[in-house]
Design a protein. Structure first.
Length: 116
């Protein structure tokens, strides 16, 4: 069974950058994969997703377009989220998720805090 785990969270100042990494126990090319965020007192929302690491479409939430970039490395079983020009409203717990058919897999989530 697939397992995923995030790393790369922490505290960053507004305008700064951070790279999130999601490492899986197997190749992700046949999964739809993405990053999700849960802000304080809010529901978990999608940030960015890739329908397949075989080169299919990527999607971004309007709030992060032009600032965040999702990418993956099949050989390393890894999904990345490059976050630039961070804003305080980007603060939250970030989760890596993968889906194949009816099954969904989630990481434990790691905190990103954007504050001066």
């Amino acid at each position: 069974q697939l397992q995923v785990a995030e790393s790369g969270g922490g505290l960053v100042q507004p305008g700064g950058s951070l790279t999130r990494t999601c490492t899986a126990t197997q190749r992700l090319e046949y999964f739809a994969v993405g990053w999700f965020r849960q802000g304080p007192g809010k529901e978990r929302d999608g940030v960015s997703c890739i329908s397949s690491l075989r080169g299919e479409s990527t999607n971004y939430a309007d709030s992060v377009k032009g600032r965040f970039t999702i990418s993956g490395d099949n050989a390393k079983h890894t999904l990345y989220l490059q976050m630039n020009s961070l804003k305080p409203e980007d603060t939250g717990t970030y989760y890596c998720g993968a889906k194949w058919g009816p099954s969904s897999y989630w990481g434990q989530g790691t905190q990103v805090t954007v504050s001066s």
